[in-house]
Design a protein around this ligand. Structure first.
Ligand code: TXA
Ligand code: MG
Length: 320
C-alpha cells in the first residue's frame, strides 16, 4: 500500500529520496495529481507505464522547477521562450525537440524525437522538484483512460496498491490538466486545451495556434498528442452532453442556475469554479453508483474550451 506523506520538509525529502531510488511518488500540482518517476531512469519509467496501464506509445510530460533546469535537455525555440516567460510556472506544457545532450530516457518520448516539458506552479510540486534535483516525468496519477485525480484520495483509490507514496497536498487549485502546445517547429500547435485558455496563448504568440491534423493524414510523427485517445477522462457512468434537463433517472451535473441538478459545477456559471469541480464531481457521482450523467451546456470559450474537451472524451464511445 502506498505511504501517505504530508507536505512538511521531512516528508518532501523522503519523497525525493524515493524518486531518486527509482520509486513512484504521486504529488499534487496546480492542475491535477501527477505520478512522478525519475525521467532519467528507464527502469523507473517502465514501472510507471505498468502502474498506469498506459499503452507505451503514449509519451510523458517531464517536470522541472524552472526553465533553466531544462536548457540542456530540450531545444528552446523563440515561441517556447515567450510562452514559458509568460506562463511558467503554470499550467502549460511545451513540446520541443530533445537536445543532443538530453538526459531523459527514450521511454519519456515513446519513440518521438520530441519531449513535453513543464514547470508546475503548485508549491508542493516545486519543492519536490527542487529536492529531487533531477527531471521528473509525471503523467496524471490515474489508471489509463480513467478520471484524472484532484485529491490524494482519488489517487489512492486508483493506484494505492501499485505505487510507493502519495503526498497529500489537498485538492488541486485548477483541477484541469495543462494546455499542451507543440513549439518544436515554427508553427505552434495546440495539442490539448487546458489550464491556460487558447486566447491567452495566442495573445502572447501574436498569432493563431494551429490545430492538430487528424490522425493518419500527416505521414510523419503524429501531430496530435498521442495520448489523446478519443475515449478518455471517463467516469464509470455514461455521459450525455448539452442537456437542458435530466431524463430517465439521469443525474444532472449542472452549470449555472439550473433547477434539479444533483451536483452543480458552478451555480453562478464561473468556468474557473467549474474546472476545479469537474473531475471531483465526476468522481463523486461514480462513488454514488450513478449509471447515467447528463451535463448542462458550458460556453465554448476560455477555460470552457478545456472543460468541454474533457467532457466530450468522457462521453465518447468506450472501447469494448
Ligand atoms: O497538467 C498536466 O499536464 C498533468 C500534471 C501531472 O502535470 N499531467 C498530465 O500528463 O496530464 P498526462 O500523461 O496525463 O498527459 C500528457 C499528454 C499525453 O496526451 C501525451 O500524449 C502528451 O501529453 N505528450 C507527452 N509528450 C508528448 C510529445 N513529445 N509530443 C506530443 N504529445 C506529448
Ligand atoms: Mg492523463
Amino acid at each position: 500500500m502506498a505511504k501517505l506523506l504530508e507536505t512538511d520538509d521531512k516528508s518532501i525529502e523522503d519523497a525525493a529520496d524515493i524518486l531518486r531510488a527509482g520509486g513512484l511518488v504521486a504529488f499534487p500540482t496546480e492542475t491535477v495529481y501527477g505520478l512522478g518517476a525519475d525521467a532519467t531512469n528507464s527502469a523507473a519509467l517502465a514501472r510507471l507505464y505498468e502502474a498506469k496501464g498506459r499503452p507505451d506509445f503514449n509519451p510523458l510530460i517531464v517536470h522541472a522547477p524552472t526553465i533553466e533546469a531544462l536548457r540542456d535537455e530540450v531545444i528552446l525555440t523563440p515561441s517556447a521562450e515567450r510562452l514559458a516567460h509568460a506562463f511558467w510556472p503554470g499550467p502549460l506544457t511545451l513540446v520541443l525537440q530533445r537536445s543532443e545532450s538530453c538526459r531523459f530516457s527514450p521511454l519519456v518520448s515513446a519513440g518521438l524525437p520530441t519531449a513535453a516539458v513543464r514547470a508546475p506552479a503548485g508549491s508542493v510540486a516545486a519543492r519536490l522538484l527542487r529536492a529531487a534535483g533531477r527531471p521528473i516525468a509525471a503523467p496524471s496519477a490515474n489508471r489509463s483512460g480513467r478520471l484524472s485525480p484532484t485529491t490524494a484520495q482519488h489517487v489512492l483509490g486508483d493506484l494505492g496498491e501499485t505505487i510507493d507514496a502519495v503526498i497529500d497536498g489537498g485538492p488541486c487549485a485548477l483541477g484541469l490538466e495543462s494546455s499542451i502546445v507543440d513549439v518544436s517547429t515554427d508553427r505552434p500547435t495546440l495539442l490539448r486545451p487546458g489550464g491556460v485558455p487558447p486566447e491567452e496563448l495566442e495573445a502572447v504568440l501574436g498569432a493563431p495556434l494551429a490545430r492538430p491534423e487528424p490522425e493518419g493524414e500527416s505521414g510523419s510523427a503524429p501531430r496530435s498528442a498521442p495520448g489523446l485517445l478519443q475515449s478518455h477522462y471517463a467516469p464509470r457512468a455514461a455521459v450525455r452532453l448539452n442537456a437542458k434537463s435530466s431524463v430517465n433517472g439521469e443525474a444532472l451535473l449542472g452549470f449555472g442556475p439550473v433547477p434539479g441538478a444533483s451536483l452543480n459545477l458552478s451555480p453562478s456559471g464561473d468556468p474557473a469554479e467549474a474546472a476545479a469541480n469537474l473531475f471531483s464531481m465526476l468522481h463523486e457521482l461514480d462513488a454514488l453508483g450513478v449509471s447515467d450523467i447528463a451535463v448542462s451546456p458550458i460556453p465554448e470559450q476560455g477555460l470552457g474550451i478545456a472543460i468541454n474537451d474533457r467532457l466530450r472524451r468522457a462521453a465518447a464511445p468506450r472501447p469494448a
